[in-house]
Each structure stands twice: as C-alpha cells, then as structure tokens.
Design a protein. Structure first.
Length: 255
C-alpha cells in the first residue's frame, strides 16, 4: 500500500517524515515555506494520519513503506528530513539506501536507544470512549488528567476528527501503537553508515540529544553537523520556525 502524502512545490524532492503520534499536517506550514525551493512531500507514516493501518509497526516496515513510495513517484537524489520517530526512520532509510538519499536532516533525535517514555500518553488515550464522547472539549479534559503539558494535549487533539457526522475518532492506530510501543525506542543498528552530508538539529530546551551523543552520531554519520536551534524544544519547527527554516535551507542549498 502507498503512503498518503501531500505534495507541493517544484525542484529537488524533499521528503518530510513526522514523529510519533504525528502526521503530515503538522508540517504543512513549514512544508509550504520549503516549497519555494523544493518539491516537498509530506508523508503520513503507517498507522498515522491518513495512511493505512496495520497490526505491524517497526522501523524496518517504515523504511520499506518509504522505499515503495520513492519508487512509485520515481524520485532520485532525495533530501530526507525526519523528526523524532521520523528521524530514526530517516536514519535507517539513509544507511540502507544511501544511493537514494542525497542529504539527510535529522530533527531532535539521536541514533541511540531511548527507554520507553510515552506510556502516560497511551494511558490517557485509552481512557477515551468514543462511543460516549461527543466533543473535543470532553477529550481535552480527559487528556489533561494524565498529561500536564498543554502543548502535548493540543498536539494530540489534532489527531481527532469526525469519522461520521456523530462520532469522533483518532487518526492514528492506537491499538497498534500501544502493542508496538517499544519498537520506536530501538537504536540504529551497529556498523551502519551514511557518508553523505547530514545535519542534526537539536532543540536548545530539549533533552533528546545530549553532548554525549556526538560521538555516536559521528560514528554513523561521519559528515554530520550538529546545530542547536535556540529558543526551541522538541518541536523546534513550531517553537522557532525562522531559525529552523534558515538552518535547513542553508544546509540544503549551500552546503
């Protein structure tokens, strides 16, 4: 099956992959800015957004999905940008298919293993009974009982849609994401390398990439640059869109 996407702009193809619980719509505003120079492909990964749902969910399957997508649209020498989970997928895709990827941008994620840390979100989501709930306000109230960060609540609410005229639903496949939650924690396999230009962007106020990760990043990506985006957290393209856009554009257009 083919991943759902939104495509706009002309030029070298730039594929943008969202993070866990995300979707392509999260990147629409930034994608339109990039479309002044590139043909932007905003993809929904399996079990997210408007792409197909599956009981199976891991990075090997996600890169196979993207490979099928690239071949379907006959894309070559792509620029690949991945955020968080999408960044892990992008890393694995680049080391697996280096001839397809021209430049790689990884947003606020390291090649390392991450202990599971989304359980509180899954716990909150499982409390929503869509057979009884009739408004986004009710869903927000339920989420806030387990989630203190209002940014996370609003991020999750973007996945709520009217499945029918009277019933709300989630865009992502909660059952599969719950059962396969540990899969997104996996590190990039040992002895995998991508020797083309690579940019790692770290949110200044985020803990996803720390100073000890630099050696590991360089081991897998010897041409990597690591840049901190000021005044930003994990969603730096939202927190500081101008600096984010400038860093990525500089890397893609001039390096």
């Amino acid at each position: 099956m083919l991943l759902h996407s939104t495509i706009f702009g002309k030029g070298n193809p730039l594929i943008i992959a969202h993070g866990y619980f995300g979707m392509s719509d999260n990147w629409k505003t930034m994608g339109k800015r990039f479309a002044t120079n590139f043909e932007v492909h905003l993809i929904d990964q399996r079990n997210h957004g408007r792409s197909f749902h599956s009981d199976d969910f891991n990075y090997d399957l996600m890169i196979a999905d993207l490979y099928h997508y690239v071949k379907h649209y006959q894309l070559n020498n792509i620029f690949l940008l991945g955020h968080s989970m999408g960044g892990k997928m992008a890393m694995l895709f680049a080391v697996t298919f280096p001839d397809i990827v021209s430049k790689l941008i990884i947003v606020d994620i390291s090649p390392k293993y991450y202990p599971p840390h989304h359980d509180f979100i899954l716990k909150a989501l499982k409390k929503i009974d869509f057979n009884k709930i009739k408004s986004r306000r009710e869903i927000a109230a339920i989420l806030r009982k387990d989630i203190d960060d209002e940014n996370v609540v609003q991020f999750l609410l973007k996945n709520i849609y009217w499945k029918t005229k009277t019933k709300l639903a989630l865009r992502f496949n909660l059952k599969s994401l719950t059962e396969n939650n540990n899969e997104i924690c996996e590190p990039l396999p040992n002895f995998t390398f991508f020797e083309k230009p690579t940019l790692f962007l770290k949110g200044e106020n985020s803990g996803y990439i720390d100073k000890d990760d630099a050696a590991l990043i360089k081991a897998h990506f010897p041409k990597a640059k690591i840049i901190t985006v000021k005044n930003s957290g994990h969603w730096m393209h939202v927190d500081n869109p101008d600096d984010f856009y400038d860093n990525v554009s500089q890397f893609l257009l001039h390096n």
